[in-house]
Design a protein around this ligand. Sequence first.
Ligand code: ADP
Ligand code: ASP
Ligand code: MG
Length: 413
Amino acid sequence: MSLIVQKFGGTSVGSTDRIKNVAKRVAHYRREGHRIVVVVSAMSGETNRLLGLAKELSASPDPRELDVIAATGEQVTIGLLAIALKEMGIPAKSYTGGQVRVLTDSAYTKARILEIDEAAMRKDLDAGTVVVVAGFQGVDRDGSITTLGRGGSDTTAVALAAALKADECQIYTDVDGVYTTDPRIVPEARRLDTITFEEMLELASQGSKVLQIRSVEFAGKYLVKLRVLSSFEDPESSGPGTLITYEEDDSMEQAIISGIAFNRDEARILVMGVEDRPGIAYAILGPIAAANIDVDMIVQNIGASGQTDISFTVHRNEYRKAMDTLQRERGTSFNCREIKGDDRIAKVSVVGIGMRSHTGLAAKMFKALADEGINIQMISTSEIKIAVVIDEKYLELAVRVLHKAFELEKAPA
Ligand code: ADP
Ligand code: ASP
Ligand code: MG
């Protein structure tokens, strides 16, 4: 008898009919003898609706109150699912994040899980009860409600699976696995049977929202068996989805490039004409870090005459805050000629562990973009990734031409 954590995303619980379907799937697995913890998201569109209400009242709402509001979305779904299960004769009990005690830090709207108390859940499971937990939320040491960042229910699921030492964590969504890229943008995208943990981590960090990055980090840290599947298939005959693997399997053909991720959530800030001296990057980026703003790409160009330009990207939500921070620090921490910004950029990343052993991939990427007249504004690379920043209006075109250039629609020979 195994213990399985099953997570259902927004579309999978988007209506009471869909919730009934989830209950049927849970019932199916329970009949097979498994102990089940279910993690659910808010019904699709609900989190946006709730956050939108706050925005109607304030341009910059208090993050603590935003979490109070956003967490209600998931709370509705756990109640509904527990009712649907009971209606089918299955004992079920709902838990908010605070009731489980998913303890987090106090970084409202992007809190990190510190600790999970699994005792109560274990007791229910031992008694044959299906445990239904609200994803995306926790509670800090003061008892304030926190949320884990958009897409955070994935992280709740994997963290619970780690805490409970579950045999598998299944992420049910509206696609039947992880694809070579978002199938909504490239219909020819191909489902992958397996993907290495490192590649999944890189894809998620570059914007593939099929799994939230922190869920993949958690899975890697605790070696949680993690699988992405469709909630829209019949549980009796559903496909295998995509399994995240932790060891490279030499017997399998490994594609050089596994996937393409993209991200519209970033903004670029350019600080021009700063003095080229030791400590200047710190003078500019230190205040950004102190304001708790995450920086992604950083590029520094040394110009003539002892001056340099520093550009970096931040999350679009934090663009204004970052610009304001720099304007405030200008003239004290650093001097510069100009600060410019652009929040209509996008990042496209090509990911594959085959990059370690193959050369010429960056050139191939740049040529494919150049052939379409797409200008590259920034480049960054890691051992298994090449990422470029481009004008947002070329994003979909870029993803399509790169998918074709790397022949990702074809299975590796
Ligand atoms: P959920 O509400 O179930 O958490 P999300 O919308 O967060 O679902 O994530 C699923 C979506 O992720 C898919 O509908 C798809 O459009 C998108 N997606 C982006 N990149 C990929 C990818 N490489 N493979 C599969 N889906 C992807
Ligand atoms: N409901 C939250 C969101 O929309 C969390 C999640 O769906 O994972 O971001
Ligand atoms: Mg999601």
